[in-house]
Design a protein around this ligand. Structure first.
Ligand code: SF4
Length: 434
């Protein structure tokens, strides 16, 4: 039997798809590419915007066209929030919520045996987020995502995640330690700590433990050479936290701090818990402690009520602080959120114009950051061959710049090599391995 996965959304979903794939492999299934013939198609959905729902529907249609007889299982945030809607999409055989992904093989087999639709969506209050969905066997040998936390207590006004994934739930620190040791034994060099709201790690645990404690534990484990934190809430960083983490040798100097808006009024409507000034302070502290730091971010344009002045505040803020990279999202109302029913929704054309302005600004900032690396020597962890450039391999610097370099064989994959940067392009650098 063959199973294929399509994963939308965040890194936590990527981690969970790998964990589900492993469960299928243990039951004798073979995992194949999504665009090929399979007996089971699993679509791991996202519901951050309505686009996620739309995309999920398109993918379901694609799977159905590949094999009319296949079992189609839709899992994840979209199923959790709207199980009936998902169940009513033509051709869907299994619908599982975010807390039921661990039981996927059981429900797929049940659908095959009984020939009828199976819907299982447990309330997100159920507390065993980590018991039934962990990766035991890692396939890749370069970087591993390690999910340490799920859920979110923040309730930003545009986001459904606290409803789709529930309150913060942190993985036991001992379990994390065990998993990191195992990853190290498997030959991984880099770990990316992932979660829905990683900054909240530990708030639900009895013992007083924070993300900084976890980073310090990993620092002491041999074999792992790099640790990255996935996207993180800016409020996590205080002078004291930055002082502690600046002593860690394995921590990569790249932080993805979601900004969303550089205007305080907009931030307030978004229910974000910081001001533009707070954000700038954090950026300054990080830059003071890590001279080569790269800070990337997400920004939403066209949030309800965003006036020309408010957008300008965001634009000028970003122009002033010059982050390495900004991911720009046009606001898309998500049914069921406060933002969706707010007055003064912004016209689509205005959102488009604002987005274009920020994209241009981002290109300039990104290029400047990469240009500045020219002539320097960077430690690059090579991950794979570049498909359209013969003899070239690509990997990332500690501060997450993509580097392409020539090498005579693929033994470079999975290794950290000192690489001299000789040229820069808009979104990557060219280097020579020394
Ligand atoms: S912090 Fe806000 S945007 Fe992020 S998951 Fe929580 S509610 Fe959603």
């Amino acid at each position: 039997m063959k199973v294929a996965f399509s994963t939308l959304g965040c890194r936590v979903n990527q981690y969970e798809s790998e964990a589900m794939a492993e469960k299928f492999i243990r039951e004798g299934y073979e995992v194949v590419e999504f665009d090929s013939f399979a007996d089971v198609y699993v679509i791991n959905t996202c519901t951050v915007t309505n686009m996620g729902d739309k995309k999920s529907r398109q993918i379901i249609g694609r799977a159905r066209r590949e094999n009319e007889e296949a079992v189609i299982a839709v899992v994840g945030c979209y199923s959790q929030i709207a199980p009936t809607e998902v169940g009513n999409i033509e051709g869907v055989d299994v619908v599982l919520g975010t807390r039921n992904k661990g039981e996927i093989v059981y429900w797929v087999n049940k659908a095959i045996d009984e020939g009828k639709q199976q819907i299982q969506v447990s309330p997100v209050l159920k507390n065993n987020v980590f018991e039934d969905l962990n990766i035991e066997e890692y396939q890749d040998k370069t970087r591993a995502f390690l999910k340490i936390q799920d859920g979110c207590n923040r309730f930003c006004s545009y986001c459904l995640i606290p409803y789709a994934r529930g309150a913060v739930c942190s993985k036991d620190p001992e379990k994390i330690k065990e998993e990191v040791k195992k990853l190290s034994e498997h030959g991984f060099k880099e770990i990316i700590l992932s979660g829905i709201h990683t900054a909240s790690y530990g708030v639900d645990l009895e013992q007083k433990v924070t993300l900084v404690d976890i980073l310090e534990v990993i620092e002491a484990i041999d074999g792992i050479e790099r640790v990255r934190i996935g996207s993180i809430d800016p409020t996590f960083f205080t002078e004291e936290v930055v002082d502690r983490i600046s002593k860690l040798k394995k921590l990569c100097h790249h932080f993805h701090l979601s900004l969303q808006s550089g205007c305080d009024e907009t931030l307030k409507r978004m229910n974000r818990k910081y001001t533009a000034k707070d954000y700038k302070y954090i950026v300054d502290v990080l830059r003071k402690h890590f001279q080569d730091v790269s800070i990337t971010t997400d920004v939403i344009v066209g949030f309800p009520g965003e006036t020309e002045e408010e957008f300008e505040a965001t634009y000028n803020f970003l122009k002033d602080i010059k982050l390495t990279k900004t991911h720009i999202f046009k606001f898309s109302p998500r049914k069921g959120t406060r933002a969706a029913s707010m007055e003064k929704q912004v016209d689509g054309n205005i959102k488009e114009e604002r987005s274009k302005l920020l994209i241009r600004l981002n290109e300039e900032n990104e290029k400047q950051f990469i240009d500045a690396l020219n002539g320097s020597t960077q430690k690059v962890l090579f991950e794979q061959a570049v498909s359209n450039m013969e003899g070239c391999y690509e990997g990332y610097t500690e501060n997450y710049v993509r580097v392409v370099a020539k090498f005579d064989c693929d033994s470079v994959i999975g290794k950290i090599m000192p690489t001299k940067i000789t040229e820069s392009s808009t979104d990557y650098a060219v280097g020579e391995i020394i």
